[in-house]
Write a protein that binds this ligand. Structure first.
Ligand code: NAP
Length: 345
C-alpha cells in the first residue's frame, strides 16, 4: 500500500509530538485506512526522518518489502528546519521540508509499504517481532528503530502551562506569530542560535539567555549571531519561571554568578536546551544507555538480534541529517545480511 505524502510545516501540539510522531499513537493513524495484517514483513522501519527514510530506501531497493512507520510528519527534525546548508548535493542549500519531501518521493518510488502513523508498542520477546500501532499489529523478522529525539523541557513553572500560548520549541513553526514582537530564546547550542537567527526575520528583538558566558554553538553560527543587531545575549543566566496571563508576558531570570533575579518582558519563549531520545516504548526490552539512547555495536545491532537502531536515537554525538541518513543505510545493509543468515539456518 502506498500513500501520497506531502510534507508541510505543521506546528506540533506538544514538543513530545515531534519525536513521538514516530513512536506513539496519532490521530492520523485512525485516518490511514490501514488494518493490521497477518503477513510477516522482512523488515519494519520505525521512523520517518533521514535515518528511517534512508533505511527504507536501501531496504526496498535491495528487494525487501519493508513496512515503514513514518509518524504523522515524515521528515523528522528536518521537516522543522528552515534551511539545510550542510546536506551534500545542494550548493545553494535546501529547505528542510523540501529535502524531506524529496526523500519521501525517492523512497516511495521503490514501493515500500508506508504508514503515516506512529507505533504504540513493540514486542521483541517474540519471533517474528510484533509492532503495534492504532491500525493493528504487524510482524517482521527484523526491525530498524530510527525514532530520533525530541526537545528537552526545562521543567520550570509556566513552561507546560503556556506551551502553545507563547512557549514553543519550533521557531520554524511558530516564528511567524512573533512579527515585531520581542522573544526570548533559552540555550546556547546550535539549535538555539540557528533558531534565534531565524526568529530575527520576524521579531523586533531576540534575547538569547544562556547559562554560561560562551556558546556551545558552532563557530559559523556564533559569528552570524554576534553580527546580527536584532539578537541580544544575556549571559550566565537561567530562566526559572515563565509568567503570563492568557499568553506569555515575561520570564524571570536568575544570574547564576550573582544570584540576582530580574524580569524580562517577552511575548514568546523558545526553549532549546538539548534533545531527549524517543525510546520510551523500548524501555525494558532493549539495552539503553544512562541517557536513554539505544546501545548498539558498530554494525548498529541493538541488544536483541534482528533489532537495529539508526540516527539520533542511537548516537547523540553528531546529530546531523547526513549522518542519520548514512546510519540508516548501514542498518538496512546489515538487515540484509541478517535476513540471509536466518534464512540459511
Ligand atoms: P545541545 O547542543 O545539547 O545544546 C543545548 C544547550 O542548552 C547548551 O547550550 C546547554 O548549555 C543548554 N542547556 C542545557 N540544559 C539547560 C538547562 N537546564 N538550562 C539552561 N540551559 C541548558 O542541543 P541542541 O542545540 O539542540 O543541539 C543538539 C545537537 O544537534 C547538537 O549536536 C547540535 O550540534 C546538532 N544541531 C546541529 C545543527 C547544525 O548543524 N546546523 C543545528 C541544530 C542542532 P551548556 O552549553 O552550558 O551545556
Amino acid at each position: 500500500m502506498e500513500m501520497d505524502f506531502q510534507i508541510s510545516l505543521v506546528a506540533p501540539a506538544t514538543p513530545e509530538a515531534v519525536a513521538d510522531d514516530a513512536v506513539e499513537d496519532s490521530d492520523a493513524a485512525e485516518d490511514s485506512g490501514a488494518d493490521g495484517d497477518t503477513s510477516v514483513y522482512d523488515l519494519i522501519v520505525i521512523g520517518g526522518g533521514p535515518a528511517g527514510l534512508t533505511a527504507a530506501l536501501y531496504a526496498s531497493r535491495n528487494g525487501l518489502d519493508p513496512l515503514v512507520f513514518t509518524g504523522h510528519m515524515p521528515g523528522g527534525q528536518i521537516a522543522n528546519t528552515e534551511r539545510m546548508e550542510n546536506y551534500p548535493g545542494f550548493p545553494e542549500g535546501i529547505s528542510g521540508p523540501d529535502l524531506a519531501q524529496r526523500m519521501v518521493e525517492q523512497v516511495t518510488k521503490f514501493g515500500p509499504t508506508m504508514l503515516q502513523e506512529g507505533v504504540r508498542t513493540a514486542d521483541f520477546s517474540v519471533r517474528p517481532f510484533e509492532i503495534a500501532s492504532s491500525s493493528g499489529t504487524y510482524k517482521a523478522h527484523a526491525v530498524i528503530i530510527a525514532t530520533g529525539s525530541f526537545p528537552r523541557r526545562l521543567g520550570i513553572k509556566g513552561e507546560s502551562e503556556f506551551f502553545g500560548r507563547g512557549v514553543s520549541t519550533c521557531a520554524t513553526c511558530d516564528g511567524f506569530f512573533y512579527r515585531d514582537r520581542r522573544v526570548v530564546v533559552i540555550g546556547g547550542g546550535d539549535s538555539a542560535i540557528e533558531e534565534g537567527l531565524f526568529l530575527t526575520k520576524f521579531a523586533s528583538e531576540v534575547i538569547v539567555i544562556h547559562r554560561r558566558d560562551e556558546l556551545r554553538a558552532s563557530e559559523i553560527l556564533q559569528k552570524r549571531a554576534f553580527a546580527n543587531p536584532t539578537i541580544r545575549f544575556v549571559w550566565d543566566s537561567v530562566v526559572d519561571e515563565i509568567l503570563g496571563e492568557q499568553t506569555v508576558t515575561a520570564v524571570r531570570v536568575q544570574n547564576v554568578t550573582t544570584g540576582e533575579t530580574s524580569l524580562i518582558d517577552t511575548d514568546g519563549v523558545f526553549v532549546y536546551v538539548g534533545l531527549v531520545p524517543a525510546t520510551k516504548i523500548f524501555r525494558g526490552q532493549l539495552e539503553l544507555d544512562s541517557s536513554g539512547y539505544i546501545v548498539t555495536d558498530r554494525l548498529l545491532r541493538a541488544s536483541v538480534p534482528g533489532v537495529y537502531a539508526a540516527g539520533d536515537v542511537q548516537s547523540p554525538s553528531f546529530r546531523q541529517a547526513v549522518i542519520a541518513a548514512g546510519s540508516g543505510a548501514m542498518a538496512a545493509m546489515e538487515v540484509d545480511r541478517y535476513l540471509a543468515e536466518i534464512a540459511d539456518d
